[in-house]
Design a protein around this ligand. Structure first.
Ligand code: 13P
Length: 257
């Protein structure tokens, strides 16, 4: 019912020319994959090159790692939703924990960005997740609930239906220590329950929830086999086109049962 969505968040890695050789390899590896939606999320400087290579692909779409909440104006160094749209960007990652922690993005700013993305018909990949201290203090549900309610404030069913949520426990990002399938499933089920409270069961049943945090070729299948895990947001392991293609293929196999 929910089409799996596997995304490659390259973070601050790969230049424009490296993107070209990556995509040539990746598209050959992946072939005519249509059961799974794939999103490549390069740095801004590689979006144009990536869009040239992905324009003919039915399955593989383009995403951006961030954008401004403002439409235009005196915001040196910022990128607007309209600028991304013109490069055929379809998805935008919002609320990533690195943006929250290193660049001071608050729930309120993330909420503004979610609205701005919707206005520009970009689909947000909206990241939520607790830190290790919050998990140890038994606050996982409180943190997820706060991030979801604040992030989605003022959004209607139609807008929320378009969103992909990514559960990314901060302690699992870049650490090699992924959440166990059971831990991830528990958090995903809770997120879906919150979405039902916010936007109704019908919308909650349709929103895709990705898991992110040390996803790699060796653990993708068991994570994706969980009923409420609809995809993956992959950082480090997505930097190798063959590894990322293998993750996409194992996701397809896991979801096919
Ligand atoms: P890693 O896969 O490197 O842990 O990163 C996860 C992530 O932050 C994806 O957005």
């Amino acid at each position: 019912m929910r089409k799996p969505i596997i995304a490659a968040n390259w973070k601050m890695n790969l230049t424009s020319s490296e993107t070209e050789s990556y995509l040539k390899t990746f598209l050959l590896e992946i072939g005519d994959e249509i059961d799974t939606e794939i999103v490549i999320i390069p740095p801004f400087t590689a979006l144009f090159k990536a869009s040239e290579h992905l324009s003919a692909s039915a399955s593989t779409k383009l995403g951006a790692q961030n954008m401004s909440q403002h439409r235009s104006g005196a915001f040196t160094g910022e990128i607007s939703a309209a600028m991304l749209r013109e490069l055929f960007v379809r998805y935008v990652v919002l609320g990533h924990s690195e943006r929250r922690q290193l660049f001071g993005e608050t729930d309120e700013i993330i909420n503004q960005k979610l609205h701005a993305a919707h206005d520009a018909t970009l689909k947000p990949i909206f990241c939520v997740g607790e830190t290790l201290a919050e998990r140890d203090a038994g606050q996982v549900e409180a943190v997820l609930s706060r991030q979801l309610h604040a992030g989605l404030a003022g959004m209607g069913e139609k807008e929320i239906h378009e969103i992909v949520v990514a559960y990314e426990p901060v302690w699992a990002i870049g650490t090699g220590r992924n959440a166990t399938p059971a831990q991830a499933q528990e958090a995903h089920a809770f997120i879906r329950k919150q979405l039902a409270e916010i936007a109704g069961q019908n919308v909650a049943d349709r929103v895709r929830i990705q898991y992110g945090g040390s996803v790699k070729t060796s653990n993708a299948a068991e994570l994706l086999a969980q009923p409420d895990i609809d995809g993956a947001l992959v950082g480090g392991a997505s930097l190798d086109p063959r590894d990322f293609a293998e993750i996409v293929k194992s996701a397809r196999a896991a979801k096919a049962g």
